[in-house]
Design a binder for this molecule. Structure first.
Ligand SMILES: NC(=O)c1ccc[n+]([C@@H]2O[C@H](COP(=O)([O-])OP(=O)(O)OC[C@H]3O[C@@H](n4cnc5c(N)ncnc54)[C@H](O)[C@@H]3O)[C@@H](O)[C@H]2O)c1
Length: 302
């Protein structure tokens, strides 16, 4: 776990880069769109609602619901047609919680109704669609590129919102599942941002008021973390938490998640470190063989 700052100069790598953004018309998506353009990049935007002005007049946009595979496919096709390439995808569209496991709704027979899946569909399935499409289009780019997903503090912390927190844990799961399969086997990096409370339309005004202005960050703080994950070619598999304008990378480093949990797993496995390491090596070998079969490409070892 490492805290870091982001200078404007670190975002200069965005120049001439093309990014597809979902949920681009508001909040973190819109702030990221503005950041990328400020640093000389280009954006293909999509959202359920139109972009505001002045961006509506200058940034290519296609209305798309992220829960529709077909509509997202059309966005990536249109972006490639517009710019001739895609360098980055920002899987960002999201909504707040849609269901409660404690409140009960019943049908006309008095039978309990299932939970509403809207938030899972937008915040997890929608992100999975974007990422699947992004990998397809980035494979076609000879220079490769990167994917950034919007996770959340609730990807690892206890936020009492059943569907929202589950979906955001899922986004972190997707990051961890793809991290070993992409860079450096393929020239595609994947990272995620995990914003703490950020002043956007998704957060009820009553919550912003309760938190107080000084405890809520601006969307541009998160946009900077997205920008650096796209621009910095060394960053892969990172989860960048941002709170009140400060940035912390959660996955790596001596106090990052994996360094902390590995000894716990070894403890559960009887503390036989040598055997655990040997088993892990065998698992790595099988995973490498599977990756070769899956991609039909040779493996570049780190
Ligand atoms: N604001 C925060 O405090 C905070 C904290 C952590 C994570 N996030 C995440 O940030 C992301 C962006 O949200 P935001 O805070 O900028 O809120 P926001 O409401 O300002 O922006 C979300 C955007 O997503 C779009 N959208 C919603 N459903 C969609 C769908 N089905 N298809 C396409 N677009 C859709 C909305 O129209 C909107 O423009 C979300 O994934 C959210 O969960 C926000």
């Amino acid at each position: 776990m490492t805290s870091f700052t982001i200078s404007d100069g670190q975002l200069d790598g965005l120049k001439d880069q093309v990014a597809v953004i979902t949920g681009a018309s508001s909040g973190i998506g819109l702030a990221t769109l503005r950041r990328i353009i400020k640093h000389g990049g280009k954006v293909f935007a999509s959202d359920l609602t139109p972009l505001p002005e002045p961006e509506a007049s200058s940034v290519p946009f296609l209305k798309a619901d992220v829960t529709s595979w077909k509509e997202q496919l059309d966005v990536f096709k249109a972006a490639e047609q517009e710019y001739g390439k895609i360098d980055h995808a920002f899987a960002n569209a999201g909504i707040g919680k849609s269901t409660s496991f404690l409140e009960e709704e019943v049908d006309e027979n008095g039978d309990l109704l299932p939970p509403k899946m809207n938030t899972i569909n937008v915040n997890l399935v929608g992100v999975m669609y974007t990422v699947k499409l992004a990998i397809h289009y980035l494979k076609k780019n000879p220079n490769g590129g990167s994917i950034v997903m919007t996770a959340s503090g609730s990807s690892f912390a206890r936020l009492p919102a059943e569907d929202y927190t589950t979906a955001k844990h899922g986004v972190l799961g997707l990051l961890r599942a793809l991290q070993p399969q992409l860079h450096p086997r393929l020239p595609i990096r994947i990272n995620a941002v995990a914003p703490s409370w950020t002043d956007t339309a998704i957060v009820p005004r009553a919550m912003i008021a309760a938190l107080g202005d000084s405890n809520v960050q601006s969307a541009d703080v998160v946009a900077r973390s997205v920008g650096v994950l796209m621009a910095d070619k060394e960053r892969h598999g990172e989860l960048v938490y941002s709170a009140l304008g400060k940035f912390v990378e959660m996955e790596y480093g001596e106090s990052g998640f994996h360094a902390l949990t590995k000894p716990m797993m070894e403890l559960a496995e009887g503390g036989e470190k040598k055997e655990v390491l040997a088993a892990e090596k065998r698992v790595d070998e099988v995973l490498e063989e599977m990756a070769v079969e899956n991609h039909g490409i040779s493996v570049v070892t780190e």
